[in-house]
Design a protein around this ligand. Sequence first.
Ligand SMILES: [Zn+2]
Length: 190
Amino acid sequence: MKALKTFLKSIAIILMFFAIVIYLYNYLGYNDYKYEGKDAPIPTGLHPIVKKKTEHLINEAEAQDISIVITESFRTFERQEELYAQGRSEEGSIVTYAKGGESYHNYGLAIDFAIVKENEDLTWDINYDGNGNDKSDWHEVAEIAKDLGFEWGGDWSNFKDYPHLQMTFGLSIQELKLGFRPKVETEVKQ
Ligand SMILES: [Zn+2]
């Protein structure tokens, strides 16, 4: 009898433990953000939310008299490897520190932009002030992007990647490599 009581007590404690874990898991939003199923396939294009936010970015920049173009968006693992080789095993200067599968571009979660000058030339000059409001257009675009929920490569402390914007949805590269994906319907703040 005593043994049965102890046994039932143990079961109750174990069940309570799982209930708490499941509650915390949902409470922390892990479920919402991190699952579209593990071992999801590698995406083949830009994530729909990133795509929509990119359109907002282009329009909102235009409203500030800043014309931008998206020079890079989704990138295959193969193309990432080619870029990584540049300045290492291949000629040219180093353009990335990410190998294939290690960039948010490889999961359709990053874009790169450039500014279009009045004469239609592209510029990567972060001090360029085409709309003449005494503010760098590049920083103005970065501010709009951040309001839309992007992370800006210009804010990174080690390797500054000024044209780069990404949306991680709380997922690390390690998690993306493991097959975690943001939910398509996950909505970010408008
Ligand atoms: Zn980039």
